[in-house]
Design a protein around this ligand. Sequence first.
Ligand SMILES: [Zn+2]
Length: 392
Amino acid sequence: MPTEATFLLAALLIIAAASGFAFKIYSDRDRDLPPRISADYIRGLNLVLNRKTDEALELFVQMAKVDEDTLETHFALGHLFRRRGEVERAIRVHENLLARPTLNETQRHQALFSLAEDYLGAGLFDRAEQFLTQVIDSPTLAEASLEKLVYIYEREQEWQKAIDAQRKLEMLSGAKSSQVAHYYCELAEIARAGGNRQLAREHLKNAVRSQSGVLRGALIRAALAQEEGDFVEACALYEQVIAADRHFVSEVLPSLMICYREAGRGADLESYLQRLISRDATLQRDFAYAAVISNLTDSPTLATCVERFVFEHPVLASLVNADELKQLPDEQRHRAIARIAQGLRQVALLSARYRCSNCGYSTQRFIWHCPSCKLWETIRPIQTFALESVLV
Ligand SMILES: [Zn+2]
């Protein structure tokens, strides 16, 4: 049982500390070390073993002396409290340590870092940040502190601070990360939402540091170009996204169709779609999904993709009696397919539309940062109809 194990571990730590004292007292009698400390630890041991946690805590906090020999025990005790979810007690232990004037710089940094971990465990990010920023120049704890600061800034969506902390971390570790590109993309999207397209573009210049930044950056640039009425540029950028990752077909196709139409190039859209299908016939399934989910009805190529999807799907074809449908005159068949597409859309909208390729987290809304595994750009549109959900 974890609780038992925790108590036993605490007891062992205290025994270790007490025996350390006993040994020291026994072997260095001449130095006449104060026996009171050893007695306190034995009392602490008894209290912990008797599960009188509050009394044990008070005893440790009130101990007059925290020195080299007892310091690790105090840290271990604070750590144990935090692991058990007793964050307030952990904070008391670490605050007590920090208040000791005899701590050297390394020990003080460790106490500050431990307090930050306590506050992080309690979800008090502001307090955790205050302590972590005091440790970012520590020779031993700088990297760990910066990693936690990046985590906090991500959670708090303070993107510029996240960039600064991540850059410092990269300088220390020598490793480049792809997430900074996403922080710049976040800033670009905020600027775009605020109508400041020039600032958005400046942020995007910094985002092109990794493949992930390129894809997301292209999507934001496309949206900026579309807002500015540069539909030819927007088309090129949307097509670039589809070429880079076909999973984005369903996300991009509605905007791409609008831009083709606005640019007066409706016929070019059909040849673009046909060109992609001739290179990879399996794209028809993605086009069918995109057409159904976004109700894209005015493209003959997409309509054909939807019809083929219905007729060739092993389950759907028998459910809708595809052989009979194929015999119907064009107009009646198109109406029937439109009704089936409407049903499929309802199925798709009731199911998870996006899934993280790393941890399997699924969501109805597209996001770049997985809230479960905390990785960036691992969530992708699923682009399949969960027909099994309506067959049970
Ligand atoms: Zn994930």
